[in-house]
Design a protein around this ligand. Sequence first.
Ligand code: SIN
Length: 305
Amino acid sequence: MADTRVTLNGIVLDNPVIPASGTFGYGYEFAELYDIDCLGSFSFKGTTREPRFGNPTPRIAECTAGMINSVGLQNPGVDKVISEELPRLRACFHKPVVANVSGFSVEEYAETCARLDTCPEIGWLEVNVSCPNVHDGGMAFGTSPEAAAAVTRAVKAVTKKPVWIKLSPNVTDIASIAAACEEAGADGISLINTLLGMRIDLRTRRPVIANKMGGFSGSAIKPVALRMVYQVYEAVQVPVIGMGGVSSAEDVIEMMLAGATAVQVGAANLVNPFACRDIIDDLPRAMEKYGIDKLSDITGGAHNG
Ligand code: SIN
């Protein structure tokens, strides 16, 4: 029988499939559609210390083989996440969950993570230093090794949970940023967040997105994501959580061969809300097709020889 299990920071997942933050709400919204306990885990909506209304609309633009979003980290703030969202989630998801955290200062990242550290349902903290849709925060911390390391150190000081740093592809040398985060104590590196992009309306001759630019995701970015996962795998010892354009069981295998221990699925959930369940159901078939008995054996397989 196909063994789809993988281990992340000592926690065994039934399979490596994790819905990416911002594409799966706080989980319970999708539990109305299917039993989300089939997931390896999931990464909940990016959470900040204070509530955020997000960016003006339009925030979404369709593209060939992808989409642009500029949501701007809309969320109810960490206190409401703990008091309202997590109890709802607890009723329908019975595995450790990934808490995705954003911030506008090193102190804010640390305070939000310290609050989430108290929540037993959270298995990992995924610290997002790569949101392209906000000013004075988000991606600003993920574009220099020093700034990313400073956030990592501050967060590690306030939590015993494993900390992943979610990196931006909008940089020249992602491997050096990943290595700086590992050096500062990161327990995992997740990548890639979205690529900064834009669209222009031919009739108005203005950007489609109110914020002008946004994050491009979807199957079009998969080759970029694979390249960066491959590079980061060679630069760090900690687990790599790969994402970017994954929409099939074959994509999961490809991402793992590049170096991912687990794989996040993002934009595909917005096209097909059953995407993660369908991928998980299809994994044994794809594993048999490519001669894989144990999925965890293939991580980094593309680097051999
Ligand atoms: C957003 O809320 O703007 C998206 C989050 C992200 O890309 O990190």
